[in-house]
Design a protein around this ligand. Structure first.
Ligand SMILES: *Cc1c(COP(=O)(O)O)cnc(C)c1O
Ligand SMILES: [Zn+2]
Length: 424
């Protein structure tokens, strides 16, 4: 395929067979007997020598591109591919010394993905999906989502006038559904959970020949999400942190962060991979269970997920093989946090760093609190928290969180007297 000479193939995470990019499908077809039959997720592999001749830490330092596409030479897109015009990526990574002091770790940085065009990290994957869909000449692009991947596809599709059909659970937070409607997507609110929406979307894509963006199925989503990890490294001057905390639903973001670290090691940009910590809600803890029990995630049965952090609610994490490897291959851990801990982390993170996260974003910080308590990170560790989505995505949960934190506004008359009385 033209302009993709740096991609050596797509390798199945189950059997290791490599498919040339030009005639690869979404997944390896050799595993119809496992799970849904779509478990043979593919991993994009690169000719790092060739990539290294085109992009380096020095060339990046001189590159004014302020989007995820600054890493284009390390992504499965051609150098001249047209990308959506919205500014996706290069979100800030903020130093948060008060949080570091409170936790007893050397440094805490918060990467604010709430600043993306549709206000979550999912824009990175959806931007990639649209480039690949255009490459294929797709008429319609589709995805199922708990809300953010949908909003991301919807907004980026609107930026280039791409038709799209979106499947979300009827219970998705209002702000996320509103985004879909504002951007003009065809929206199916499914009477069921994310997993039901996912299965229906898969059937519809097959039936109508739509381009399928689904997480843990489309192999290119990891390659979009990994740019968050590359940015963390570059923004910290290629001095890799000791640990990165990521909240986990399907496990695609954490797999992407891991991929970034592997790419950076292969290219000689960093020497060692940070420990990656995956954080799940206690009510949606499939991967924590498997991590603790040593069960094989390929065959472990789905659970019945229920959590306030809708973005990380998954009965069966679709990208679980990559997700498990991200933690086990880096010496990290899977940790569970309660819904109460997640909600409490929303104001803690907001007050300690100025970053207002939706529950799934704050969950990563709640996980860091647990890790610090257990001594999994300590005084020598510099830690990055990936805040994956904006707090305005789910106001109902945020209001619950501040009220549980005992924060009340003052109700006053428009007089100084009334104000003075209230301030006492
Ligand atoms: C999607 C999402 C996650 C989880 O990502 P997975 O790839 O499903 O593990 C976490 N936080 C937010 C805000 C998300 O939108
Ligand atoms: Zn295979």
């Amino acid at each position: 395929m033209s302009g993709l000479d740096h991609v050596t193939g797509l390798v199945c995470v189950i059997c290791g067979v490599s498919y040339p990019i030009a005639d690869s499908g979404y997944v390896c077809p050799a595993h119809p007997e496992v799970g849904s039959g779509n478990e043979g997720i593919l991993d994009v592999r690169y000719d790092y020598e060739l990539v290294g001749s085109r992009i380096s830490r020095q060339s990046l330092a001189a590159d004014p591109t302020n989007t995820m596409w600054r890493y284009r030479a390390l992504m499965p897109v051609a150098a001249d591919a047209v990308v959506p015009p919205l500014t996706v990526g290069w979100t800030p990574t903020y130093d948060a010394p008060r949080l570091a002091a409170a936790l007893g770790v050397a440094r805490v940085w918060v990467k604010d993905e709430g600043r993306q065009p549709t206000a979550s990290l999912k824009d990175r994957a959806s931007a990639m999906a649209l480039v690949k869909a255009r490459e294929k000449g797709a008429e319609v692009v589709t995805t199922a989502s708990t809300g953010n991947a949908a909003a991301a596809l919807s907004g980026l599709a609107a930026s280039i006038g791409q038709k799209n059909v979106i499947f979300v659970p009827e219970t998705a937070p209002e702000a996320k559904v509103t985004q879909l409607l504002a951007y003009g997507s065809t929206v199916a609110l499914v009477k069921g959970n994310y997993d039901a929406a996912f299965d229906l979307c898969m059937q519809a894509a097959e039936e109508f020949g739509w381009y399928n963006r689904n997480t843990g199925f489309n192999p290119y989503m990891t390659e979009g999400k990994k740019t968050a990890g590359l940015e963390i490294l570059e923004q910290l001057g290629w001095d890799a942190p000791e640990a990165i905390f990521v909240s986990v639903g399907d496990g695609s973001i954490i797999g992407g962060v891991h991929k970034a670290m592997k790419d950076a090691v292969a290219l000689g940009w960093i020497e060692r991979t940070p420990r990656i910590f995956g954080i799940q809600s206690a009510g949606s803890d499939y991967l924590v269970q498997a991590f603790e029990s040593g069960e094989d995630v390929l065959t472990k049965a789905p659970i019945s997920a229920e959590t306030v952090a809708d973005s990380i609610s998954a009965d069966l994490p679709r990208d679980r093989i990559k997700a498990m490897a991200a933690v086990t291959e880096t010496g990290g851990s899977y940790l569970r946090v309660s819904d109460d801990e997640i909600l409490a982390a929303v104001p803690t993170l907001a007050r300690g760093s100025g970053v207002f996260a939706e529950p799934a974003g704050a969950a990563a910080y709640a996980g860091l609190e647990v890790a610090a308590e257990r001594g999994l990170v300590g005084a020598d560790d510099r830690v990055v928290v990936l805040s994956t989505g904006n707090g305005l995505k789910d106001i109902a949960s945020a209001m619950k969180a501040v009220s549980a934190a005992g924060t009340e506004p003052m109700h006053i008359l428009p007089t100084l007297e009334s104000l003075k009385e209230a301030l006492q």
